[in-house]
Design a protein around this ligand. Sequence first.
Ligand code: XLS
Ligand code: NI
Ligand code: NI
Length: 437
Amino acid sequence: MADAFPKIPSIPFEGPKSRNPLAFKHYNADEVVDGKPMRDHLRFSVVYWHTFRNRLTDPFGVGTAVRPWDDGTESVANAQNRVRAAFEFIQKLGAPFYAFHDRDVAPEGATLRETNQNLDAVVQVMKEEQQRTGIRLLWGTACLFAHPRYLHGAATSCNADAFAYAAAQVKKALEVTHELGGAGYVFWGGREGYSTLWNTHLKRELEHLAAFLHLAVDYQKQLGFQGQFYIEPKPKEPTKHQYDSDAAACLNFLREYGLMDHLKLNLETNHATLAGHTMQHELEVAAAAGALGSIDANTGDPMLGWDTDQFPTDIYLTTQCMLTILKMGGFKSGGVNFDAKVRRESFEPIDLFYAHIGGMDAFARGLKIAAAIRKDGRLADFVKQRYASWDSGIGARIEARKAGFKELEAYMLKKGEADPNVSGRQEFLENLINEFI
Ligand code: XLS
Ligand code: NI
Ligand code: NI
């Protein structure tokens, strides 16, 4: 196949002074930050669905994307060619990982058997391309939301046959992810929710979802697949309410059904904002539970209320992400996965490069800023100081569960009043952060 991006070279690092739009200003893969090369901190990943399958349609208009390597057919040969174009892109970009849904990479056939054969034929090429380029799979997943068979959901469908089909599909997707040496596997509940409660047996649906995940865990063991399982919170869209609505709901669900040891969270910025949270909130909630696994890096638009999946360029956002990720000791199996798409107006192939370069540079800056904030230490010292009353005396006795209500009453009767302690100093801290940005 002829090169898909013939005029575009491998993207170099040229530093902040460069004016070359096809160069990194901040992402320098080998540069060591806080004891580790940027490459290993950030573990960038390109998503197949947006970058290679999205024709840039919107609810009001047809696709606008110009993709000369793609003949627009659903043939296996076209799917195989697309893989080669994708790997050329990822290699020129210098991202070490990618992620895909089963149906992104290979066309659905007339039967499940034929669909699986199509997938095998494309996975062969993916394997060759992984070997040729050294690019690895961050995670695989199954598309359990696009086909009409899943209109009521997959694991939470009212139709047991849809559950069975989804199980067969995930079984195969796990096998393929395992074959490709995937570092993880994601469950995102595309239609695992409801449009109206009038027709919904909520408890039964939740139990089915839990059963589905347990079956997947069982099969993971049978396969000997060592990759990390993730659940990806999203509150709504396409359904009115998705059961995996936010980090806290996912954690509660995992705990209630005995799945905490088997899944971590894959958090996405635009899903956090749809849930009425900041990404920082979601990250902190997951990290506090020891369950922050990976992130889908994108952003919404404050003027648009849906999952616009834009590339992240906000340095405050990337700084917040990297502060929490550094605090938890860095990614183990996860990474910064660009679940993001170019705008419908950005229809040329080169826009795919600009978008990813911008996202990678924004995260590289976030990493450097977060590392500098941590090295400086004032922020962490402030927080530590703020809770100093818990480190000794009555606070330490409460934390150790030694003081009961009677003792606390006696303590307060003697002391008389709880003073306001110290100021929260929000403005002071906001200024402090701005010293680094
Ligand atoms: C959709 C989700 C999806 C998952 C993978 O909103 O972000 O892309 O990441 O199924
Ligand atoms: Ni996502
Ligand atoms: Ni999303």
